[in-house]
Design a protein around this ligand. Structure first.
Ligand code: F6P
Length: 507
């Protein structure tokens, strides 16, 4: 059974109303999933239990559960780079078959732990504790730490704030340093490769800012790096004492569990960071052991492939009804699009049409309702929506939170059922959505939510037959930018050269 075998199901179901589908006996039990720290409701999806059973068979045929297990064991699941994918192992080294690798992951954790504990000591930096940590990184070295830091605002260590810098616009670093005291600021450069232009240029500028106030030695004491290329960080001038290496097998977009999450371990504190890891571990246990028909991570991968590949809906909207989860869609966007944006399979053969991941976009509810939801309800394209809600009673104690959640519940119903009216007011309905409810916005539930998405990416990759752990597509643009800067213009076309000149890129 492959995804292509499901096309007759999609055709058969294309004009069913979601109201009819909701009435199908057995649906409540089959399409709702209880997982650690969250639940997933997929009853508003456009499929019936026959199609769902066929999708489940696809998961088995594509060996999706086996792929999840292979990732956790540390097998070479990234064949184009000949590497394992170690994100699950970072939160649970015991799962690895390679004991030496497990030891290295534990050592890396011990080092970041000791560093983070020392940071808040009153004499951490020449007689004062660190008050601000400036995380310089981009892509996976930025989006994850930034998203988690925002989401877990209620759990931060008092007296130590984190700021994040990713963009080459000098204003980005300026803003992160605004009001900072160089004496009490730690700059952390996070770059797996330690070759990323944005990060290295911003790192240099931040070092210069520290040096101007404290001299070279003072700046060096306040400058640290997390990287899989410690030799390059040392060559850059980072004191080896403050270089926190991680393994090549940790992908940037999967790296918050590794030393690349150091700004989180520091600013949330080790206990809260451990709770984040524990939530992710609980989801790992679920993804690895729950049967396919009760496995939320596998179900999520299956439904996303159903919408993308079988129903040919190329995009998905993530609507997080939580102010502090505002950055979650951007985080998932990289996780999914950099992992699943492929056109060839594992052996380099072209993938079948629509066998790559969806375009992921979204934002914060209910704000989205006042910007893009008109398009979702009455536009000509269906974009399935993932609603994310906070389900705790404490949150709902405030009438605004109750109103927020009422909006969330209403939107799913409106997308499903629409409304009959005159031509302008009528809403066709029939549009798919899922709802995830976090037990509360806690380190555990956030860890579980992220881990669920990591596993669901593995499931989709297994179904499509692609490698979710490389990202060669990002290289060409970087090479061309280097060529423009270095004056090696042979590979550039006229408009690119004109633009570089117009924008004063070179003297
Ligand atoms: O642009 C792609 C990318 O390589 C991402 O995969 C990665 O998260 C980001 O750049 C940053 O890379 P690095 O951590 O090596 O600086």
């Amino acid at each position: 059974m492959t995804l292509a075998d499901l096309n007759p199901h999609a055709a058969r179901l294309s004009d069913h109303s979601i109201a009819d589908l909701l009435a199908e006996p057995g649906r409540d039990a089959a399409l709702q999933f209880a997982a650690p720290h969250l639940s997933l409701d997929m009853r508003r999806q456009r499929l019936d239990l026959k199609a769902w059973a066929a999708l489940g068979a696809c998961a088995g045929a594509a060996e999706a559960p086996g792929f999840i297990a292979a990732v956790a064991r540390g097998d070479i699941v990234n064949p184009t780079e000949n590497r394992p994918a170690l994100h699950v192992a970072c939160r649970n080294p015991d799962r690895l078959t390679d004991a030496a690798m497990a030891g290295r992951l534990r050592d890396a954790r011990r080092r970041t732990r000791a560093f983070c504990e020392a940071l808040i000591a009153p004499d951490a930096l020449d007689g004062s504790a660190v008050r601000r940590i400036v995380n310089i990184g981009i892509g996976g070295s930025d989006l994850g730490p930034r998203m988690v830091y925002d989401a877990l605002k209620a759990f931060r260590r008092p007296g130590l704030e984190a700021r994040f810098v990713s963009n080459l616009d000098p204003a980005d670093l300026d803003d992160a340093l605004e009001g900072a005291d160089p004496e009490t600021t730690l700059v952390l450069v996070v770059s797996k490769s330690f070759t990323t232009q944005e990060t290295l240029l911003n790192g240099r500028a931040a070092h210069a800012w520290l040096s101007a106030a404290l001299g070279e030695a003072g700046a060096n004491r306040r400058f640290a790096a997390a990287t899989a290329a410690p030799d390059k960080a040392a060559a850059f001038g980072v004191d080896p004492e403050r270089i926190f290496p991680f393994e090549e097998g940790v992908g940037g977009r999967y790296s918050i569990w590794s030393p690349a999450g150091l700004s989180l371990e520091a600013s949330l504190g080790p206990d809260v960071y451990d709770r984040l890891l524990a939530g992710a571990r609980a989801m790992d246990d679920h993804a690895l052991s729950a049967p396919v028909d009760a496995n939320a991570a596998i179900a999520k991968g299956l439904i996303d492939a159903w919408n993308r590949t079988v129903r040919r809906r190329p995009a998905r909207c993530v609507a997080a009804y939580s102010s502090r989860l505002e950055r979650l869609p951007a985080y998932l966007q990289q996780l999914e699009m950099e992992s699943l944006g492929k056109s060839v399979d594992l052996s380099g053969e072209p993938l079948s049409p629509a066998h790559s991941g969806a375009l992921v976009w979204g934002g914060r509810g209910s704000d989205l309702q006042h910007s893009v939801f008109q398009w979702l309800h009455q536009g000509q394209d269906e974009v399935p929506v993932d609603f994310i809600a906070l389900g705790d009673k404490a949150f709902a104690a405030d009438e605004r939170a109750r109103a927020l959640n009422a909006n969330l519940a209403a939107q799913g119903a409106a997308l499903s059922h629409g409304r009959e009216s005159d031509a302008h007011r009528a809403i066709a309905g029939g549009r798919a959505s899922s709802t995830m409810v976090l037990e509360a916005l806690t380190p555990e539930s956030l860890g579980a939510l992220v881990a669920l998405h990591e596993h669901k990416v593995s499931v989709e990759a297994a179904l499509y037959g692609s490698n979710p752990f490389d990202q060669y597509g990002v290289e060409l643009g970087k090479d061309l930018a280097r060529a423009i800067l270095s004056g090696d213009e042979g590979s550039l076309d006229g408009p690119a050269l004109e633009l570089a000149q117009r924008l004063y890129v070179r003297d």
